[in-house]
Design a protein around this ligand. Structure first.
Ligand SMILES: C[S@@+](CC[C@H](N)C(=O)[O-])C[C@H]1O[C@@H](n2cnc3c(N)ncnc32)[C@H](O)[C@@H]1O
Length: 314
């Protein structure tokens, strides 16, 4: 049990947002353990800035913003489609709802036997237009693209995001009878949640431009694969052990700026008790082992839990 009771900071306007996208490695199922390990300074409302450099589906940000207020937040990801989508939701949510509603109506109006072709037609259009994206240069032209991103995510196989070597989205259609393509209420809540956030397509090292001693940073990088088949490809380029080491260097630098930090990763000792990769790398910090269920490429014989790491510098 924590030494101090958690204090819930009341929002001026209550926010009840949840992730818009299904996202590989999404932290929805780990929220109870993450909440348990949050720093007391955050629970007392004394953290002013939140940074999440691998935001993905944003499960942790949306959960925190329900309970705590920040003066500002910085959300990063290298995936340009996520950044385009979140900035559209932040700036133009009502127009996005109109676009998505038109796609959703079109999808449900046609015969179910034609819906796979509908999906592939949208996927082709999405890829044809992918060249002209500069995710950090906001444009209202991105509203339609953001609607496509949600539509494809809600109807593709397992909500995966995967691109080929040319950067084209290549996930096949999923098998859904009645996919929830449009959730208007949630999009409006997400828009409220994002008002305090600056959302940038960038590498995680950008954290160092913004950390100070009133900051809490949560890192959820692509996990180090614990076996050969682990899912790991979010974009062109791999997140290998050198990337994990580069991330640790950023963690150490942000630590010396006084930021409170939490980092998730896989636990190699699940399969090889002698693999001390993270125990060695983060030897100066606190390493908590928690239980998690994995949804993507998890144990096919019943999806049993595996241990994961939550590393904190407090
Ligand atoms: C495990 S996912 C994050 C999942 C997220 N916590 C959620 O709940 O949905 C990892 C994310 O890191 C992003 N990423 C990969 N390499 C990156 C880098 N060098 N800098 C920033 N983001 C990166 C991927 O695009 C992916 O969205």
């Amino acid at each position: 049990m924590n030494a101090y009771p958690a204090i819930k900071i009341e929002q001026y306007d209550e926010i009840n947002a949840k992730p818009v996208l299904k996202w590989a490695g999404g932290k929805g199922m780990l929220l109870p353990q993450i909440r348990e390990h949050l720093p007391n300074k955050l629970k007392f409302g004394a953290v002013k800035r939140y940074i999440e450099p691998f935001v993905g589906g944003g499960a942790v940000f949306f959960d925190l913003i329900k309970n705590y207020t920040f003066e500002d937040a910085y959300l990063f990801d290298v995936n340009p489609e996520l950044i385009v989508l979140y900035n559209v939701i932040k700036n133009d949510v009502e127009d996005l709802i109109k676009e998505l509603s038109a796609i959703s109506e079109g999808y449900f109006r046609i015969d179910p036997s034609e819906r796979d072709a509908f999906y592939y037609a949208y996927r082709d259009l999405y890829n044809e237009n992918s060249k002209n994206i500069d995710a950090n240069q906001y444009s209202r032209d991105y509203i339609a693209r953001a609607a496509f991103t949600i539509f494809l995510n809600r109807t593709c196989f397992n909500g995966l995001y995967r691109v080929n070597s040319k950067g084209f989205f290549n996930v096949p259609v999923g098998k859904y009878k009645n996919p929830r393509i449009l959730d208007e209420d949630n999009l409006r809540e997400v828009s409220k949640a994002l008002q305090c956030a600056t959302i940038i397509q960038t590498d995680f090292s950008k954290v160092l431009d913004f950390v100070n001693d009133d900051t809490f940073v949560y890192y959820d990088p692509p996990y180090r694969p614990i076996n050969e088949t682990s899912f790991k490809s979010y974009a062109v380029g791999d997140f290998d052990d050198n990337e994990q080491k580069r991330l640790k260097d950023i963690f150490a630098k942000a630590d010396s700026c006084g930021a409170l930090q939490m980092l998730s990763n896989s636990d190699p000792t699940n399969y090889n008790p002698e693999d001390m990769f993270f125990d060695d790398l983060y030897g100066n910090y606190n390493i908590h082992r928690i239980w998690a269920k994995r949804m993507i490429n998890s144990d096919p014989n019943g999806r049993n839990g595996v241990r994961e790491l939550l590393i904190t510098n407090y």
